[in-house]
Design a protein. Structure first.
Length: 520
């Protein structure tokens, strides 16, 4: 209970700072009321007394200060009332959609002797936490207590982990609902969220579909709003240490409470967290991102992460005992319709991590169609962009045919820098980076990527190669049904050094015809 007492002590300290701020705002008004009352009762500076003029001047000064202070306090209070704490984008799960998951969480809360979360939501991320219910979703009523927080679960955990592992992993999170039910801790958190939200208020950044994980930077306020911001920052600075210790104490208490529930299994589940994060990151950046760039979003990302993690465990042997885990019930079986939920989370992931496509609407994609609609289409889009760059650099003669012969000749002539600059200047959506996943590529990286794409197109058109999907590496080239991983080196030499010999040797060994135009 020491951690609980420590958390309450820091919550009380935050509330004392709030009370002190209120007192500072009300003090000039209180002094003004006393002076005015003294004037009317004749007890302070009565008319005709020797010191009446001095007291009258003091009353005017104090009343002016009180009016100014009340105005600033009113503006600050209005900013706090109007501030809306940002809510993490998530897919809500109704009880009818996941009755067994709700039952599991409810039983877990009973074992921990804490209030059950009021609802469950899924987020396309490898993390889980409690989030307060927004005021707009709370039931009306003057005496109604704030509802228990919402349990937000990372969707990769639900698909990768077994039901028992998920319960063990969520035990410390669910235990945190007890702190949310404490009046003082809840009041301190509301005050701190209001302070944070009043500084972070601003339009959602483009590409996030109107939702944001953190407040975007905004232009500094001027006039009265600037004074309000300054007061808010001073209050946040005074509360920062207490807020950090409050959350640290709550987390320590929740972790200690959860030790009584599946503690041994939780250690094994924590090992799966790192594996899930690694597989999810590679799936997003290497598999989903190429599809998003073309305006297509894979409809079942979470099913894909299971395939990616299975492949990762097979290659790197990171999932010890993975075979024995297959006999346990997967946590996604706790959902009534896992496919429908996966589709909703996958759409949210596309909106959140990439943004709106150039066409303005997403086209749903099944994994079976990925090689044709993403891999091959992506190669040909980049080959067309490279051909356009070649045409812009060509003499005032006619544009040349899209052949590897023409491309390799330009690289051997030392035109790589010009081609890279031309590609970097193109506004094509195929070169647009995902704002939350990767930085903008350099012109040289773009050229390597586009040359590789054109080589792959030529191999498909003339050598019987096919496009394929690797769950960990994304688009791949298959020759004779075998993945070719030896193309990167020759392409890099041709682009960076103008040495096309190794690439020509690779093309000759693969029976790729250099003189035949590539289908764009």
């Amino acid at each position: 209970m020491a951690a609980v007492d420590t958390a309450r002590a820091h919550a009380q300290a935050v509330l004392r700072i709030r009370g002190l701020a209120l007192a500072v705002g009300a003090l000039p008004a209180a002094v003004a009321v006393v002076l005015l009352a003294g004037r009317f009762t004749g007890r302070i500076g009565a008319p005709g007394s020797p010191d009446a003029a001095g007291w009258d001047a003091a009353r005017w000064v104090v009343c002016a200060v009180a009016a100014l202070t009340l105005a600033v306090a009113g503006l600050t209070a209005r900013a706090y009332r109007r501030a809306v704490p940002p809510q993490t984008p998530a897919v809500p799960l109704d009880r009818a959609e996941a009755p067994e998951l709700y039952r599991l969480i409810g039983e877990l809360a009973d074992r921990l002797d804490v209030p059950a979360p009021s609802a469950i939501a899924l987020t396309p991320d490898c993390d889980s936490w409690l989030e307060d219910v927004p005021p707009a979703r709370r039931r009306p009523g003057p005496r109604h207590e704030p509802p228990a927080p919402v349990l937000v679960i990372g969707s990769p955990f639900l698909w990768w982990m077994r039901a028992g592992e998920l319960r063990a992993l969520l035990a410390p999170v669910v235990a945190g609902t007890a702190a949310s039910a404490d009046p003082e801790i809840a009041a301190a958190r509301r005050f701190l969220r209001s302070l944070d939200a009043s500084l972070d208020t601003g339009p959602a950044p483009a590409g996030l579909g109107g939702a944001t994980l953190a407040g975007p930077p905004r232009a500094p306020h001027r006039g009265p709003a600037a004074l309000t911001d300054r007061i808010t920052r001073r209050l946040l600075g005074a509360c920062r240490g207490h807020a950090a210790e409050l959350e640290r104490s709550v987390a320590g208490w929740a972790s200690e409470q959860a030790r009584t529930v599946d503690y041994g299994l939780r250690i094994a589940a924590q090992e799966q967290v790192g594996l899930a994060y690694a597989g999810w990151d590679r799936l997003l950046t290497r598999v989903a991102l190429p599809a998003w760039r073309l305006g297509r979003h894979p409809a079942h990302l979470n099913a894909g992460v299971v395939a990616a993690l299975t492949e990762l465990s097979r290659r790197d042997r990171l999932a010890d005992g993975y075979g024995t885990r297959l006999g346990d019930r997967p946590a996604c079986d706790l959902l009534e319709e896992p496919g429908a939920v996966d589709r909703a989370v996958s759409w949210l992931a596309a909106e959140l991590f990439f943004g709106r496509p150039a066409a303005g609407a997403w086209h749903e994609l099944d994994w079976a169609d990925y090689p044709a609609e993403v891999v091959d289409a992506g190669w040909r889009a980049r080959a067309a962009a490279l051909q356009a760059a070649l045409d812009r650099l060509a003499p005032q003669a006619r544009p040349g045919a899209p052949t590897l012969t023409r491309l390799l000749a330009r690289l051997a002539d030392g035109d790589g820098e010009q081609l890279a600059a031309a590609l970097a200047a193109q506004p094509a959506h195929t070169t647009t980076p995902a704002p939350l996943l990767e930085p903008a590529p350099s012109g040289r990286d773009l050229l390597v990527d586009h040359v590789t794409a054109m080589v792959c197109c030529a191999a498909v058109d003339t050598a019987g190669a096919t496009s394929g999907l690797d769950w960990l590496d994304g688009p791949v080239l298959l020759l004779g049904g075998v993945r070719r991983t030896d193309l990167a080196g020759p392409v890099a030499q041709a682009v960076e050094q103008g040495q096309d010999g190794p690439l020509r040797a690779w093309l000759d060994a693969a029976d790729v015809r250099l003189e035949k135009p590539v289908r764009l």
